[in-house]
Design a binder for this molecule. Structure first.
Ligand code: ZN
Length: 312
């Protein structure tokens, strides 16, 4: 009797161990997409001597090379490695087609110049009212302004996640993924059923949580290298479209202000680029480890990371 209990406990123990090991070995983050913002005929923001597209390309080449070194078992795919134009729709489609499990998008911020004005004198302006014999001449004293602009001193980093009101777009991007993965996997819900719709919304919530987690890890690393951080942000602008149209956790990193001379210099320098790429990669590696660890430790938590299907 005791022997029977021992044997069955052993079987349960072994199967739990085996199950956990398999989960731990199979990382949910198998493919990382690194996207250099803008490019080609769309240079993005302009600095005094460089463009956003030049900096994002230099940074993402460094990020990808470092990631390949740090995560040899992970596929690192860059959306562009040269100065070519890519509409944001193409970038998102590229990431989805390559079945990315994480989308890291690199940008440089810009702030409009600050407008100043001062009154330098006055002039008389002549105007008339009435018609014919009733026409009356008037003169009005008007100030004369001198207007000039100075560079906006705004500086610092910020990492964006999609705004919560874009969850529906993200869910429809998810449905497309379910549709393509349902052909090769049984554990993916049919997106055309209510269950599938609910599932895609749940994935969006998980992805949102994970995107925020990665974004804050990135900003923390920036603070460690001495950057001023605006933290994790949400925004609804055109450039952010890639975040909602990709069916994976996604972050958009604003690496600094090209309109601030010091930050333009820093982001164009070899040292600055190495520091920034190093910080981003450190955060991504930590994020992946955290995700994989939570996956190995808890069987019930195995759906909180990466893509809905692990069969690729
Ligand atoms: Zn940009």
């Amino acid at each position: 009797m005791h022997k029977k209990i021992f044997v069955s406990s052993l079987i349960i123990l072994l199967s739990v161990l085996f199950h956990n090991t398999t989960l731990a070995q199979k990382s949910r983050i198998k493919t990382i997409i690194v996207d250099a913002g803008h490019g080609g005929r769309e240079p993005g923001a302009n600095g005094a001597y460089s463009t956003e597209a030049q900096i994002t390309l230099a940074l993402s080449l460094k990020v990808a090379a470092l990631l390949e070194k740090e995560l040899p078992d992970t596929k690192i795919i860059q959306s562009r490695t040269t100065d070519v134009f890519q509409p944001v729709t193409e970038k998102a489609a590229f990431a989805n087609q390559n079945k990315g499990d994480l989308f890291v998008c690199i940008h440089v911020n810009a702030a409009p110049p600050i407008r100043h004005s001062e009154i330098t004198g006055y002039r008389n302006k002549v105007y008339y009212t009435g018609k014919g014999k009733k026409k009356v001449k008037h003169t009005k004293r008007e100030p004369v302004y001198r207007v000039w602009h100075t560079p906006n001193p705004r500086y610092g980093t910020g990492t964006y996640v999609w705004a919560a009101d874009r969850d529906d777009s993200k869910a429809s991007a998810m449905s497309e993924r379910f549709e393509s993965e349902a052909e090769v996997s049984d554990d993916v819900p049919d997106p055309n059923t209510p269950e599938g719709l609910i599932a895609s919304r749940l994935w969006v919530q998980k992805y949102f949580k994970n995107s925020v987690r990665l974004a804050s890890m990135i900003e923390n690393e920036f603070v460690k290298i001495g950057r001023k951080s605006d933290g994790v942000l949400q925004r609804n602008e055109k450039g952010i479209w890639v975040l909602q149209a990709t069916n994976m956790p996604a972050v958009l990193i604003e690496t600094g202000f090209i309109t601030n001379k010091e930050e333009e210099d820093f982001l164009n320098s070899e040292e600055g680029q190495e520091q920034m790429a190093g910080a981003i990669v450190k955060a991504v590696v930590t994020f992946k480890k955290t995700m994989d660890a939570s996956r190995g430790n808890s069987v019930s938590d195995n759906t909180t990371t990466g893509a809905p299907s692990s069969k690729k």
